[in-house]
Ligand binder design. Structure first.
Ligand code: NDP
Length: 324
């Protein structure tokens, strides 16, 4: 038996329970991992609250982790006991030990620490597909990142800057503005006292930006559309403030033939090859120093409820890791 954080019903952070669960031996295609670090992500709060429904309850939530292979299934030849690996997205991460399909695990190079790995797989591969694929950021672009001091936000700012873009980012406080600035955000906007649409227009000489990366959702979506130049890309990738209500598509014509997409990492890394390519691209930019992974908070795994409260109350910056 091992400890894991499970939900028995959807709810607030109090729904997270420190349970004992049976892990068992790995079956065909599986390995058993002893987890050394677990990533905290906003999607964990959607799974906990029921915004995203799970196949069944009770369930171990969490989608990202790193650890050491401690047993392999009968037919697994790609991994062996003792290998260090990390993964995302794969539900069931909030546990001391877990079973996982071998083909969803990424071997870790020795220079990546476990905490760093657990902090970067989900947020880093998300940033990777957003700026390399959904809208491929070009040198000279000026882009807008919502929640620039958050986990995905800090990686997006650094990576876009590394690619030669000018980065505008929104944040809720002066402290977060400083942090974003130190991580490649050229123009942090404290949206609690400044109108970010007007500021984006000022910064871009009235032109607007070619792309907005918006993981905030409900409270920012319509204003984000107003930051775009004609034929710009609205990339809605999350719902930290709540889901965006249905949209009248005619608006996109009126606002300048805009594109809207709602991408998820699950689609972009569904095939193993794509996942490995994305992870390799991420590891390369981190190794080259283009992106620094900011593990700015750690919590014991058993205190996951406290970590959720901090994340949902805007109390975290950068990435957060839970320690089993
Ligand atoms: P963050 O660290 O960015 O935390 C969320 C941030 O959103 C807060 O710190 C806060 O920043 C801002 N925010 C604005 N309004 C609210 C609100 N009402 N309540 C809480 N926070 C608010 O989280 P992550 O980096 O883990 O995730 C960022 C977004 O990316 C999430 O929406 C997540 O779901 C999404 N995501 C999507 C993926 C995909 O595949 N599509 C994959 C990974 C993440 P501030 O104080 O500056 O306002």
């Amino acid at each position: 038996m091992v400890h894991a954080i499970r939900i028995h019903e959807y709810g607030g952070p109090e729904a997270l329970r420190w349970d004992e669960v049976e892990v068992g031996d790995p079956g065909p295609g599986q390995v058993r991992l002893r987890q050394t670090a677990v990533g905290l992500n906003y999607i964990d709060t959607y799974h906990r609250s029921g915004l995203y429904k799970l196949p069944q309850l009770p369930a171990v939530i969490g989608t990202e982790g790193a650890g050491v292979v401690e047993a392999v299934g009968p037919d697994v030849t790609t991994l062996k006991v003792g290998d260090r690996v990390a993964y995302a997205p794969l539900i069931g991460a909030y546990a001391e030990s877990r079973l996982a399909p071998a083909d969803r695990l990424v071997p870790l190079p020795s220079w990546i620490e476990d905490r760093q790995a657990a902090a970067m797989m989900l947020q880093g591969m998300t940033a990777q597909f957003l700026i390399r694929s959904t809208y491929a950021v070009q040198p000279g672009d000026t882009i807008l990142v919502q929640a620039a001091a958050g986990g995905v936000g800090l990686i997006l700012c650094q990576w876009a800057k590394h690619l030669g873009a000018t980065v505008i980012g929104t944040v809720s406080s002066d402290e977060k503005a400083e942090l974003a600035r130190a991580n490649g955000c050229d123009h942090p906007i404290v949206y609690t006292r400044e109108n970010f649409v007007n500021r984006v227009k000022d910064i871009t000489d009235g032109q607007g930006v070619p792309v907005v990366y918006d993981g905030v959702g409900k409270t920012t979506f319509m204003d984000s559309l107003d930051c775009l130049r004609p034929r710009g890309f609205m990339v809605l990738f999350g719902a930290a403030s709540g889901p965006v209500p249905p949209l009248d598509l005619q608006l996109l014509a009126a606002k300048g033939s805009l594109y809207v997409t709602r991408p998820t990492l699950f689609t972009y890394v569904a095939k193993r090859d794509d996942m490995m390519t994305s992870a390799a691209d991420l590891f390369e930019v981190v190794h080259a120093g283009g992106v620094n992974i900011n593990v700015r908070q750690t919590f014991p795994l058993r205190d996951a409820a406290e970590a959720h409260r901090a994340l949902e109350s805007r109390g975290t910056t950068g990435s957060t890791v839970l320690l089993p």
